[in-house]
Design a protein around this ligand. Structure first.
Ligand code: CP3
Length: 354
């Protein structure tokens, strides 16, 4: 019994897109662009369809999710769509009592801090998130050759919301648990890795062309703590989805000192915020991985000339990279002028046309 011969993946509708080529570090017709938090946030057409519908509820209606996900693709001509949802959706789906408070973020009624609390983190099944499978089916039919990015929160960032009970500046309860009870911490992150892996698999099997693991708040840690207390769980997630052959993107804020380790955890593409220039980020990450980033989202509040000048600097720093996906260094800020985003996509495309 010789086992399956290794064959290339059958070409999908999105396989030859600039976005997937850049993720695979292949030559591209132009540098692909998408924006973290492009769905929702600054678009008036988003506010209109969301009127009167709470955030978490809006994530459970496939037609609404499809419409919101497509809005920035239509308006800006970005090279990829990101699935409209939130990092806490899989936790809500397994019965964790949480809500997203407008202007605040995710709030958890009963924080997770003891070994007994771990039992509340049961495995996620595809049936728990049937609306995700349905929405991605609708979306990929509409998107055609434009790739859809699925996503999840990384174990550390999810743990920070669960342990703190909400958004936190200093992550004191989270770090207290991590430093004070390393075994309980490791078990918590492992549970979250299992849930996150299952959630990403649902999205890939439904048709997502790439996945991004958001470890937004992990920049709060020193490299030694990241390596010891976070990397095993994040690696477990990346390994769980490695066999699908879809690019795996890994992003966090303030992660300049962690970029190498975040690549090592198993990412094909490492997201970089605006604090580290992309050429320096490439030295820290090392060969064999593409980079994504990294215009300061606040630059979009400046003049069109300043936006172009700062974008030019990002493109120049990216000139020698093996693969570059243009993005902001963090999500679109809520009061950003949508026209500034449309102009930015156009500018990157024309400047990098080959
Ligand atoms: O990128 C996209 O456009 C897809 C949708 C998306 C949302 N949240 C929708 C959302 C994505 C990818 C996320 C990820 C997310 N959620 C992260 C990681 C990305 C990052 O910014 O670092 C984090 C940390 C969260 C947790 C969360 N949810 C926060 C901090 C907030 C903002 C609170 C606020 O109102 O300022 C949310 C709510 C949320 N998630 C909104 C949207 C569109 C706003 C809620 C609303 O419109 O009522």
């Amino acid at each position: 019994a010789g086992g399956q011969p290794t064959r290339p993946q059958p070409p999908t509708a999105t396989y030859d897109s600039a976005f997937l080529k850049a993720c695979r570090r292949e030559p591209v017709p132009h540098t692909p662009v998408w924006f973290m938090r492009q769905a929702g946030r600054s678009l008036p057409e988003y506010r209109k369809v969301r009127e009167g519908i709470p955030m978490l509820e809006s994530c459970m209606h496939p037609e609404l999710v499809t419409e919101i996900t497509l809005q920035p693709v239509r308006r800006h001509g970005v090279d990829a769509a990101i699935y409209f949802s939130d990092i806490v959706v899989p936790l809500k789906a397994i019965g964790i009592d949480l809500d997203i408070k407008p202007g605040v973020g995710p709030v958890v009624e009963q924080p997770i801090r003891t070994r007994a609390d771990l039992d509340r983190l049961r495995d996620l099944t595809p049936e728990d998130v049937a609306y995700v499978t349905e929405a991605i089916g609708l979306l990929t039919a509409e998107l055609g050759a434009t790739p859809l990015i699925g996503f999840a929160g990384a174990p550390f960032t999810l743990a920070s919301y669960l342990v703190e009970g909400g958004p936190s500046r200093n992550h004191e309860h989270t770090k207290a648990l991590m430093y004070g009870d390393p075994q309980l911490w490791a078990d918590l992150l492992d549970r979250l890795a299992v849930i996150t892996s299952a959630f990403l698999k649902v999205q890939i099997e439904a048709g997502a062309s790439a996945v991004q693991l958001f470890d937004s708040w992990v920049g709060a840690l020193a490299p030694a703590d990241y390596r010891r207390s976070v990397m095993p769980a994040s690696r477990k997630v990346f390994e769980a989805v490695a066999g699908y052959g879809v690019p795996r993107i890994h992003f966090g804020v303030g992660t300049g000192e962690l970029l190498g380790l975040m690549g090592e955890a198993g990412a094909d593409v490492v997201g970089v915020d605006w604090r580290v220039p992309l050429d320096e980020a490439a030295r820290r990450v090392g060969p064999g991985r593409a980079l994504q980033g990294n215009l300061d989202p606040a630059v979009l509040f400046s003049t069109p000339e300043a936006v172009e000048a700062r974008t030019r600097e990002v493109l120049d720093a990216a000139a020698g990279l093996e693969g570059h996906v243009f993005n902001l260094g963090h999500g679109v800020l809520p009061t950003t002028d949508p026209d500034a985003l449309t102009r930015l996509v156009e500018y990157v495309h024309t400047q990098t046309a080959r």
